[in-house]
Design a protein around this ligand. Structure first.
Ligand SMILES: [Zn+2]
Length: 338
């Protein structure tokens, strides 16, 4: 299977962790700092012997420092979309935490708008070339932030829901700040009508997955800890709650010992709407094509499994029905696009 040419969707992709290296170099140069690409790769990619999610999260310091202005957020979003289109991702949901972009007093509203604008610019450019591409923004609350800060981020997301924003998420150190601490925040998200995905079960807690479901999540980020828990799998299968698997990221944070331990096939067989995603293209040093190839290498995916993964992504995406219909035509009915 030619995974580079296969039209695909990425539902779990962090903007900061996926900043294009050449763009990062450019942004640093504009700040008066000359860094070579190998040096930059060294600073922004997860170390080979990373041992935990906490260590993995440290690599975000530099990209975050670069994303403190509307201009840099706009350019990062535009370039990410172009990089994705380059490997035939036809639908992207990218996420970021606007409250982490306030070093220069940027408001959440303006930060979100800048990311939406960058994606819209890329979409228009690709459309002019006859290439289909759609993208949306997921606004992340952060586990270490205050209830007021997270609530402000969600209210800003609500203002731009349908104008680029497609949903909300909760990110950060899952073990230190379990989901149960955020019940009020997500009750507010439900009240505001915001589609919800929550990082859960990335670092071993099944309780966090159950909690996320109770909190109204339509998707679970990672959900790796659900392995072997058939009751929980049945619950997600029955409620059609998506599970965003990110195999290499899980390998790097030691959530799994090898790609063959990634529960993609187990979840598919249980009827869970599982999908394949990148998490962090730059931090992990990967593409979505790479993730599909790795999973295929480990499992020898059947054609039915491939279609199911794509169908799951379309079904559980936060796209509207028209876009879902178009994506079905492109990804599953072989419609031809450049
Ligand atoms: Zn993530």
């Amino acid at each position: 299977m030619d995974y580079l040419e296969m039209p695909k969707l990425d539902l779990h992709c962090h903007l900061d962790g996926s900043i294009n290296l050449t763009l990062a170099q450019e942004l640093l140069r504009e700040r008066g700092e000359e860094v070579t690409l190998p040096e930059l790769r060294e600073r922004m990619q997860v170390p080979e012997h990373c041992t935990s999610l906490e260590e993995y999260l440290k690599t975000f310091a530099l990209p975050l420092a670069l994303l403190q202005t509307e201009d840099s957020l706009r350019r990062a979003a535009f370039q990410l979309a172009m990089d994705c289109a380059e490997e035939r991702i036809v639908y992207l949901e990218t996420r970021f935490a606007p409250m982490c972009c306030r070093e220069k007093r940027l408001t959440a509203e303006r930060a979100i708008r800048a990311v939406c604008e960058g994606l819209a610019r890329a979409q228009a450019k690709l459309a002019a070339e006859g290439r289909y591409f759609r993208a949306g923004v997921i606004v992340c609350a952060m586990r270490h932030m205050t209830a007021e800060e997270n609530s402000a981020a969600f209210r800003a997301a609500r203002e731009q829901l349908g104008c680029g924003v497609v949903g909300v998420d909760l990110a950060g150190a899952e073990a230190a700040y379990p989901n149960a601490m955020f019940r009020d925040l997500f009750a507010e998200a439900v009240r505001l009508g915001l589609p919800i995905t929550i990082h859960s079960g990335e670092t071993g807690s099944r309780d966090n997955i159950r909690e996320a479901v109770a909190m109204g999540a339509r998707r679970i980020g990672h959900g790796t800890a659900m392995r072997g828990d058939h009751d929980l799998e049945q619950l997600l299968a029955k409620q059609r709650i998506g599970v965003e698997q990110c195999p290499t990221s899980n390998l790097q944070t030691r959530a799994i010992p090898g790609i063959s331990a990634c529960p993609v096939r187990e979840y598919l067989r249980a009827g869970v709407p599982v999908t394949l995603n990148t998490d962090n293209r730059t931090v992990s040093g990967i593409t979505l094509t790479h993730e599909w190839r790795e999973v295929d290498r480990a499992f020898s995916l059947t054609g039915e499994e491939r279609d199911a993964l794509l169908r799951n992504a379309i079904e559980t995406s936060f796209a509207d029905d028209d876009v879902k219909e178009e994506l079905t035509r492109i990804c599953l009915n072989g419609a031809k696009w450049l």
